[in-house]
Design a protein around this ligand. Structure first.
Ligand code: SAM
Length: 227
């Protein structure tokens, strides 16, 4: 997302201190202390302007919502939105999804949302996609057993690619649809989603559930023969 540089970014960030986590590494393993009564911790990666996270937090007041966004010029809009909505169960980290396990301890997160991530077309930059096998494997470190990744995109190529990546990284796929809103709007929309849906583009969605990360079949067979 190309964001125009915001004027007065720093003072605006400071005025959102109630929902801005400046030192996420210090909360590693203790995020529940932000909301001890929360029944689960849900994390959005690349929240952009934050419509999804804020509206989800409003709809699910018993869940602690956290959002990671690496562009502060986008995240400030999300934080100002949360403050103006008076939200108490949503917090923001200006950080990188690449290093999630610096922020979260093993199994600390119940669910991850990846919405309309940058598709990085072409083979050369495939590793940068937030649904690349390498990223999905890294998320395993912070997701609890049977934890879920909910993924939405307008990009058909990225979607089909991702459907191969999830099983390779040890996630079981479910709720696969290539036209989420075919019969009317389903669930909370993101800023990007509303734009694409209004333009008549189908939205794709799936859920990946963390399972065993088994060895590829041929490696399993080899190791049995050796034993
Ligand atoms: C296309 S926008 C989508 C924003 C929002 N999820 C939506 O659906 O409206 C992708 C967002 O992901 C952020 N992003 C991309 N890679 C990231 C990473 N490695 N860590 C954190 N945020 C990232 C970008 O800065 C951008 O704001």
């Amino acid at each position: 997302m190309r964001m125009r540089k915001k004027k007065n970014l720093q003072p605006r960030m400071e005025s959102c201190e109630t929902c801005w986590i400046k030192e996420p590494k210090e909360l590693r393993g203790t995020w529940h202390t932000l909301m001890p009564e929360a029944k689960e911790i849900h994390l959005e990666l690349g929240c952009g302007k934050g419509r999804f996270t804020c509206e989800m937090a409003q709809t699910h007041p018993d869940v602690l919502f956290l959002a990671v966004e690496r562009v502060p010029d986008a995240m400030i809009i999300a934080m100002e939105r949360a403050v103006s909505m008076g939200m108490c169960n949503v917090f923001f980290i200006d950080g990188d999804a690449e290093v999630l396990s610096d922020y979260f301890a093993e199994g600390e997160v119940d669910r991850i949302y990846i919405n309309f991530c940058d598709p990085w077309p072409g083979h050369r930059h495939a590793r940068r996609r937030l649904t690349h096998e390498g990223f999905l494997k890294r998320y395993r470190a912070v997701l609890k057993e049977k934890g879920e990744i909910h993924f939405k995109t307008d990009n058909r190529d990225l979607f089909e690619y991702s459907l191969f990546q999830f099983p390779k990284a040890g996630y079981e796929l479910s709720e696969v649809t290539r036209h989420l809103h075919q019969h009317g709007v389903v669930g909370v929309m993101t800023d990007y989603e509303e734009k694409f849906h209004t333009q008549g583009m189908p939205i794709h969605r799936c859920v990946g559930t963390k399972g065993d990360l088994s060895l590829p079949k041929e490696v399993e067979a080899d190791s049995k023969e050796e034993a």
